[in-house]
Design a protein around this ligand. Sequence first.
Ligand SMILES: *[C@@H]1O[C@H](CO)[C@@H](O)[C@H](O)[C@H]1NC(C)=O
Ligand SMILES: *[C@@H]1O[C@H](CO)[C@@H](O)[C@H](O)[C@H]1NC(C)=O
Ligand SMILES: *[C@@H]1O[C@H](CO)[C@@H](O)[C@H](O)[C@H]1NC(C)=O
Ligand SMILES: *[C@@H]1O[C@H](CO)[C@@H](O)[C@H](O)[C@H]1NC(C)=O
Ligand SMILES: *[C@@H]1O[C@H](CO)[C@@H](O)[C@H](O)[C@H]1NC(C)=O
Ligand SMILES: CC(=O)N[C@H]1CO[C@H](CO)[C@@H](O)[C@@H]1O
Length: 611
Amino acid sequence: MLINCVTFFWTVKLLAICETGFHYRDKSPPSNYVVNISSNMQIFPPEDWLIASSVPSKFSPDAIQKVLNELTTENVRIFWESKLFEGHTDLTEPWYGTSYCVEAVPPSIMQKWVENAPNEDLHLPKPNIFIPTDLSLKNVEEKTSFPCMLRKTLFSRLWYKPDTMFFTPKVFIKMDFHCPLSNSSPESSVLTDVFTRLLMDYLNDYAYDAEVAGLYYAVRPNDTGFQVTMVGYNDKMRTLLDTVIGKIADFEVKIDRFSVIKETMTKGYENFKFRQPYQQAMYNCTLILEEQTWPWDEELAALSNLEARNLEDFLPRMLAKTFIECYFAGNIEPSEAESVVQHIEGILFNSSTSVCKSLPPSQHLTKRIVKLERGLRYYYPAMCLNQQDENSSLLHYIQIHQDDLKQNVLLQLLAVVAKQPAFHQLRSVEQLGYIALLRQRNDSGVRGLQFIIQSTVKDPSNLDARVEAFLKMFEVTLHEMPDAEFKSNVNALIDMKREKYKNIREESAFFWGEISQGTLKFDRKETEIAALEELKKEELIEFFDNHVKVGAPEKKILSIQIYGGLHSSEYEKIIHDAPPPHSHRITDIFSFRRSRPLYGSFRGGAGQMKL
Ligand SMILES: *[C@@H]1O[C@H](CO)[C@@H](O)[C@H](O)[C@H]1NC(C)=O
Ligand SMILES: *[C@@H]1O[C@H](CO)[C@@H](O)[C@H](O)[C@H]1NC(C)=O
Ligand SMILES: *[C@@H]1O[C@H](CO)[C@@H](O)[C@H](O)[C@H]1NC(C)=O
Ligand SMILES: *[C@@H]1O[C@H](CO)[C@@H](O)[C@H](O)[C@H]1NC(C)=O
Ligand SMILES: *[C@@H]1O[C@H](CO)[C@@H](O)[C@H](O)[C@H]1NC(C)=O
Ligand SMILES: CC(=O)N[C@H]1CO[C@H](CO)[C@@H](O)[C@@H]1O
């Protein structure tokens, strides 16, 4: 009887949560929705196709009781995975060859379970404090369609954007903690990572309740510090945010959890060696182009020397220089957003136990990108970290410009026009490998094109030659392109830009991108559409001829070549041969990086955003 009352209570709650979830569900890409609904068609009658997989239809105590009746000691099955069992197993599964054994639970143990029941640790969950009860929509007077800056102090800045599109009781919150010390060395970058993972670990107690109540949260490291992100119903968001901030303010290092996290991270770094060659190429490329990035092997070495007390020493020093960039969007009034941020500032910066102190203007960090040399081709050959891998890989990057309206649309259009022909030629016709693609690249607003190919049939230097051969072919295609085809490509790009945001996450990702990069071009899409409508075919050809065409005088190339096991002799050859004309071989990533000029930063540089 007790169990029936309790299950009834919980089922009613669950039903309410599911109904709220169904009613305020965010739009998803139509293709996902179709897949979802068509699988429902296999299971449910037509009248239930839309709702049945989201909301339980009827309360059936008998069915619940039937399941509960099966939860007995005789029906328990326990999976136990441990190194302790090595050498004590008698079976092997056929797919991965893992050894295992199967045993009955001894009756004496079952007897003990029965004798000790009920165990007070096995209780029904406490009421979920995050379940929203107020789902009303706020009436914000000024319905601005772009974010505005609401508040700025020594400690933080608050950007705000009311919901003008979705009309759901949801918010999106981003708090970006800028702490220059967080990334000043491989060691501090690893410590910051450990810190955020520990925080997520401590928050685990709340994770299930938050998820059930439709609240998502994350704390992650970033280039210049760490970020707190939250999305979901606005009603109890503040409770969750206070919980997270409280954990930051009272952070303590739990030694046992520190060890677990350290072990997980060590395994992660050790697996770097087994990443696919094209991933190694992408990793190397980022390392070459981005200032203040540290190689994984130095981070691993730093990690292996770390103890819990190093984190205890580090954290107060890191937080002693902090600035928080905040973005609040959705169903929240400006006054509430301001008071939330003010409250958090009070906790973190202005109480007797405060851990954070303000960041002097001279110490704001920005991310800056290496500028390649006009008319020069840099190449960086390296052996694949996993010599067993037979694939080689090439990343051929063409650096073009830094955020500029006209050049942005020309580059995007060129990528649209060239993507299919590149795939057709390199993958289908030449069959270089399964991965053969052309994409735009965007490093903190510095843009260009990149070809990525992974191949067992040709070594990276030969792949480079195939890319150039493709570009020669494409040059002809582009020059001969009929006007109608040009126009239809332009229109396809305009249509992509006109697509509306489906939910507050998508909208916020765009606006937050403009804020975090410091570009603040909130009307970017509108101005790009206008620029595209004016665009002439000759301009595209001129852009190609100046920046992308083989031998173009302005062209800046970086070619990352990862040689797989099959191509080690070609590797030996390339590092001993003299560089071809107009080429320069990078032998050491860090001396190269130090030797090059950098692009300016939009954040607090000569550009848009004052820090
Ligand atoms: C369809 O969507 C509902 C609600 O998001 C989800 O609960 C369900 O698991 C999905 N079904 C499939 C087959 O993906
Ligand atoms: C930093 O955060 C932004 C989103 O705010 C994300 O796009 C970027 O990948 C993050 N950088 C790192 C190094 O995690
Ligand atoms: C710090 O707190 C004190 C008292 O609570 C208050 O008077 C003061 O204005 C606060 N300072 C800042 C910078 O917020
Ligand atoms: C090479 O890479 C492709 C694409 O990832 C993969 O499908 C293929 O199995 C790899 N070949 C070898 C021999 O490892
Ligand atoms: C590329 O960089 C710009 C800044 O110039 C940024 O606003 C934009 O969101 C980025 N685009 C992508 C697709 O990452
Ligand atoms: C500096 C650095 O990490 N370079 C790496 C680039 O990629 C190759 C292959 O993965 C590595 O061997 C290098 O160590």
